[in-house]
Ligand binder design. Structure first.
Ligand code: SAH
Length: 359
């Protein structure tokens, strides 16, 4: 099992020859645990309203310069039908932390998607109260994504101010999601100003401790309308600051595969954004097994600007699908079929007894 000193050594490694060993190892573990399928999760960016003031995020309530939207249930159901038509197994509903998306409205939407399609439903709607999370699980939601962003409590508090009177405890919410029976996803940003190699190593170990089912690791991309994008936060000392580049992100993806061998790990849109020619493929070749094609209607998509220059902002869902299938085929992989959830039983069952014939 890979431990902290080795993780840190790999994070600090710069020699391309050595790094290719890490990438080959992560790719071999990926093949042995989750196979050649690349699962496609259709992403619907439901609403860009948000009550939070996250210093990294372009749809923070502080950004007065963007138009706000909230999709209708019919528009989301149309996206769900498109997802089925394109052969995706999962629909991911993501939004700012928007209490205009009420408990009942989301529950009814989930019920309708589950009643009319075979899709797995993943929610990524922020730090919602317990009652909301329970109601949505009850309505049939399968999975929930909530990145802890960084395991450094001081850095997290600085970039993610809590709502007045409500401490922000994402680890507690992740535990609660597990109790409710969700498949649980989390993850971090790579290269936040002030993030050190030591702290990124802690993030990766936290993935194992939480036994996460899904882990998203993407580069931090500065948004000019945010405090972090305006350079208002100090960087860690030279040599300790984690860069937000493609190499560092794919190192983190590879190490994520080594710490959580059978997790579902996306090659993120943020990685595709900073490495437009081959970034997404590199993620898939260095440990990832999931991509999240965007199904948001193009008119809304450009308003969901959590960071600038997001890959594939203007293509239609169909164009997005055909370009992705081509990209998956080129690297010798196959699109996944079905919901592609975590094969839970596989790890907990006792090893099969050898049959008499094979001794
Ligand atoms: N409101 C939800 C969904 C947020 S968007 C939530 O808070 O969980 C999903 C992820 O996008 C965030 O968790 C964050 O890690 C990432 N993100 C936000 N701003 C970003 C930026 N500037 N660069 C890169 N990723 C960013």
């Amino acid at each position: 099992m890979i431990e902290r000193p080795e993780i840190l050594a790999w994070l600090r490694e710069t020699d391309p020859g050595h790094l290719s060993r890490l990438y080959r190892r992560a790719d071999a573990v990926r093949r042995a645990t989750v196979g050649e399928a690349v699962h496609l999760r259709g992403l619907v960016e439901l609403s860009n309203h948000c009550v939070r003031r996250c210093a990294y995020c372009g749809i923070s309530v502080e950004n007065a310069s963007i138009a706000r939207y909230r999709m209708t249930a019919d528009e989301v159901l149309e996206c769900a039908r498109t997802a089925v038509g394109l052969g995706y197994g999962t629909l991911v509903l993501q939004a700012g932390e928007d209490y205009g998306l009420t408990r009942d409205w989301v529950a009814e939407l989930v019920r309708q998607i589950k009643a009319t399609t075979p899709l797995a439903v993943t929610l990524s709607l922020g730090e919602r109260p317990d009652g909301d999370l329970a109601a949505w699980r009850e309505a049939g939601a399968d999975r929930y994504l909530l990145r802890f962003e960084t395991s450094d409590p001081a850095l997290f508090a600085a970039i993610h101010p809590p709502l007045p009177g409500r401490p922000s405890d994402r680890l507690a919410i992740l535990r609660r999601l597990r109790e409710l029976g969700y498949e649980v996803g989390s993850g971090v940003l790579v290269g936040i100003p002030g993030q050190t190699w030591e702290s990124l190593a802690d993030d990766l170990l936290r993935f194992r401790e939480l036994d996460l089912d899904m882990i998203g690791v993407g580069p931090f991309i500065p948004h000019p309308e945010t405090p972090l994008g305006r350079g208002l936060f100090p960087r860690a000392p030279e040599g300790e600051q984690v860069p937000a580049d493609e190499e560092t992100t794919t190192k983190a993806v590879a190490l994520t595969r080594l710490v959580r061998p059978d997790a579902n790990i996306p090659s993120t849109t943020a990685l595709a954004t900073i490495g437009p020619s081959f970034g997404r493929e590199r993620g898939l070749m260095r440990g990832a097994n999931v991509v999240m094609p965007n199904l948001t209607p193009p008119a809304y998509r450009k308003l969901y600007e959590i960071y600038p220059g997001k890959a594939i902002v203007s293509e239609t869902a169909e164009e997005c699908r055909s370009c992705l299938s081509g990209r998956i085929a080129i690297i010798g992989r196959v699109p996944g079929k079905g919901p592609g959830g975590r094969a839970r039983g596989a790890r907990t069952e006792p090893p099969a007894r050898p049959s008499p014939a094979t001794g």
